[in-house]
Write a protein that binds this ligand. Structure first.
Ligand code: NAD
Length: 295
């Protein structure tokens, strides 16, 4: 299949590589020329604009940083909607607010184009391994069309409901993740300060009612989980700046819905303070450093 892939950053590039590996022909566009050259060597075709990429494609995929980029790439003069043919399926995998996803989808619908939102979880490791989870907001028909292609980049392809619901699922999950990481950090740091071996404490939590992904898979205390960023100086993983972005999306969506997110707002402020200290590039589990005396 000829696929336009726009936005080839930390996530988009490995996703595009998996599609090339699966035998698709890719029309590539990004502002970063270096990544275009690298993917062209694998057989991708470089396009001059989102419009150019979309023009001759049977499917369009975008993976961009934030809502402003999505608006620009779809609605701009040289954007996807200026080039895409009516009836072409389109899917945006960026993490953005549900409102923008619905607005861009409505603009696409006006010219006979069905657009889905399909944000992902699984990080850059999952993108490279082709094991991402896609949370898809789409009509039944569009979901059925997209499912086999998304399955070449991911393991779990979940139909969440109509357009926008993929983003809702993603921001609610990350709201909870941001909060639970802070909870585990507080408990681990308190146990340490009171004098229990942190490995024993983690073992108790992970076989008791406090257990969660932040404690048993991604524990923020160094040396508990070998494969977690905490055991390699909080490098790699999911940057605090990205968590901050997702908590911003959740609190803004909550404001629009007149829905309280009390712990989410506190969590947002804690990651904001972490960013101000210059630690926004560290994995988000480094939030635990705010609870420890520097060594
Ligand atoms: P990134 O910043 O590494 O990549 C974004 C790419 O988009 C860059 O290559 C940039 O040049 C390109 N771009 C920006 N504006 C453009 C434009 N107008 N036209 C064409 N290309 C443009 O970001 P990423 O880490 O790949 O994340 C992409 C999305 O996935 C974000 O919404 C992020 O929140 C989400 N996400 C990221 C992760 C992660 O672990 N990195 C995990 C899950 C979801």
């Amino acid at each position: 299949m000829r696929i336009a892939f726009i936005g080839l950053g930390n996530m988009g590039a490995p996703m595009a590589r998996n599609l090339i590996k699966a035998g698709h022909q890719l029309n590539l566009f990004d502002l970063n020329k270096a990544v275009l050259a690298e993917l062209a060597e694998l057989g991708g075709q470089i396009s001059s604009s989102p419009r150019d990429a979309a023009q001759q494609s049977e499917l369009v995929i975008t993976m961009l940083p934030a809502a402003a980029h999505v608006r620009g790439v779809y609605l701009g003069e040289d954007g996807v909607l200026a080039g895409v043919r009516a009836g072409t399926p389109v899917v945006d995998c960026s993490t953005i607010d549900p409102q923008t996803a619905r607005e861009v989808s409505a603009a696409a619908a006006k010219q006979g184009v069905d657009l889905a939102d399909a944000p992902v979880s699984g990080g850059t490791g999952g993108a490279a391994a082709g094991t991402l989870t896609f949370m898809v907001g789409a009509s039944d028909e569009l979901f059925a069309t997209l499912q086999p292609v998304l399955a070449q980049m991911g393991r779990n392809i979940v139909h969440c409901g109509a357009v926008g619901t993929g983003q809702i699922a993603k921001i609610c999950n990350n709201l909870l993740l941001g909060i639970s990481m802070i909870g585990v950090s507080e408990a681990m740091a308190l146990g340490n300060a009171l004098g229990i071996d942190t490995k024993v404490l983690a073992g108790i939590i992970n076989s008791s009612t406090g257990r969660c992904w932040s404690s048993d898979t991604y524990n923020p205390w160094p040396g508990i989980i070998e494969t977690a960023p905490a055991s390699r100086g909080y490098t790699g993983g999911f940057g605090a700046e990205l968590m901050l972005k997702d908590l911003g999306l959740a609190t803004e969506a909550a404001r629009q819905a007149h829905q309280p997110v009390i712990l989410g707002a506190v969590a947002q402020q804690l990651y904001q303070a972490m960013s101000l200290r210059g630690d926004g590039g560290k994995d988000f589990s480094a939030i635990v450093e705010g609870y420890r005396k520097p060594e």
